[in-house]
Design a protein around this ligand. Structure first.
Ligand code: HSE
Length: 457
């Protein structure tokens, strides 16, 4: 049958699919304004890729006047996000409000209204992802979130599609730019954490309240999302082990350097026979690894697949246009796929919702890794053998020992010194027990510093 035999409904459908897809933006801050600019600047190329135009036609922001100044006269600007969700012409809602509160309600309302959603909100997905993806699947809409992990680096696409042939073994990422900047400055300039944090704030890297960054929470949100996609498990932020960099001293960065390591805040997720490791903490990484040389506010994610081996993704993890790059890529994906049968789209978490794994997330005591220990000890005969004796009793093998001259550490006449031990791999629970015993030795004079170590090979 020819097109003319199809009746006017057919032409209506074709015409609708040639019209630009209409996008409503909730929150026009740094990423929102970048998204608007990138869409406008690259509209011709984006249209050639997507098959039709993509236009932001409505923006909601609490600061309506400021928002008006950022967009063209044809864009409707409102103060109430629900007006965007209620607009039947809007096909896709971009949520750039952030946080777990109102953003969750609005995303769920947008889904219920049959809108596709693009979000950069890692906190929301790491905590409420299961609810949000279930609602989206039930309503037959897409929730796209490339910008939620590592900003402009297309790591979600890589894990979910590019590496789909692989059994993913582990992922280790520098996925928080603020903390990587702080650690880089501490190492380069020998400065302490507090001093560099102030500098990071002055340069605008750290948020006014940088707690989520420096305490490892932001990185844990991102690691949680990656663990779900890599292993086909639900998002389980509550099971993640989260440690930030606030306790890290430049002394340890210096000792690590002397032993051939850099200290990075890593988000790690690993498949083991007993379950999935999901953890964020400072980590010694061999200085010769590419990822150890990722400096400043940059991000990088190392993924180990059984077929491909190691792959490394590097780029800007934050910022206006780098994050907008990911948001716009999601808009193009949705534009290409929104007419496809929902069952044939790429599943939100890479695995079909009815084929998720119940592999548990392991408690930190069951994680296996190696360690850097720094002990402030009395500079006396027999101390080293007491300490190493406790490790030997627990079956923990030593990789390297570094002991400084007492006067090098504490000045002339000092009677205590630093003893640094690198261990081979052991169970964290075993290490906790050994550390408690070490700590109670009279010759151990201060709280022991423990930093985990990953060879990443
Ligand atoms: N605050 C984050 C960072 C960017 O420093 O990497 C957004 O997740």
């Amino acid at each position: 049958m020819t097109a003319s035999g199809q009746g006017s409904g057919f032409f209506e459908i074709i015409e609708n699919h040639m019209k630009p897809i209409q996008v409503g933006l909730l929150g026009i801050g740094t990423v929102g304004s970048g998204t608007y600019k990138v869409l406008l600047r690259n509209q011709e190329e984006i249209k050639r890729r997507a098959g039709r135009g993509i236009e932001i036609t409505m923006v909601a922001d609490l600061d309506v006047e400021r928002a008006r100044g950022l967009v063209g006269p044809d864009v409707a600007v409102v103060g109430n996000a629900r007006e965007v969700i209620a607009n039947p012409d809007i096909d896709i809602v971009i949520e750039l409000i952030g946080g777990y509160g109102v953003a969750r309600t609005l995303v769920l309302e947008a889904i219920a209204s049959g809108k596709h959603v693009v979000t950069a909100n890692k906190a929301l997905l790491a905590v409420h992802g299961t609810e949000i993806f279930a609602a989206a699947s039930a309503r037959g809409v897409m929730v796209a979130f490339e910008a939620a992990v590592a900003g402009g680096i297309p790591i979600i696409k890589a894990l979910r599609e590019g590496l789909t042939a692989n059994r993913i073994e582990w992922i280790a990422g520098i996925i928080n730019g603020t903390t990587n900047f702080i650690l880089s400055e501490m190492r380069d300039k020998g400065l302490d954490f507090d001093v560099v944090l102030k500098e990071a704030r002055r340069l605008g890297y750290a948020e006014a309240d940088p707690t989520f960054d420096i305490e490892g929470v932001d990185a844990a949100h991102k690691a949680t999302i990656m663990s779900a996609i890599a292993f086909g498990i639900p998002v389980q932020f509550d099971k993640a082990h989260v440690e930030g960099i606030t306790q890290l001293s430049s002394t340890d960065i210096r000792y690590a350097e002397q032993l051939g390591y850099r200290i990075k805040l890593l988000g790690i997720t690993k498949r083991t026979e007993r379950g999935v490791e999901l953890r964020v903490h400072p980590c010694l990484v061999p200085a010769k690894r590419l990822i150890a040389n990722v400096e400043g506010a940059m991000n990088a994610v190392l993924v180990q697949g059984d077929a491909v081996g190691s792959t490394l993704y590097y780029g800007k993890g934050a910022g206006s246009e780098p994050t907008a790059s990911a948001v716009v890529a999601d808009l193009v994906d949705i534009t290409r796929l929104h007419t496809a049968d929902p069952l044939n789209r790429v599943p939100h978490l890479a695995f079909q919702p009815d084929a998720m794994s119940d592999l548990p997330v392991l408690p930190m005591t069951e994680v296996r890794t190696s360690y850097y220990l720094r002990l402030r000890v009395a500079d006396q005969a027999g101390v080293l053998s007491q300490v190493t004796g406790l490790l030997a009793e627990a079956g923990i093998s030593i990789d390297a020992v570094l002991q400084r001259e007492a006067d090098e550490v504490g000045g002339e006449g000092a009677t205590s010194t630093d003893l640094i031990i690198l261990t081979h791999e052991t169970r964290e629970g075993t290490m906790n027990e050994v550390m408690a015993r070490m700590q109670s030795l009279p010759s151990v004079l201060a709280p022991i510093t423990r930093i985990r170590k990953e060879e990443l090979n």
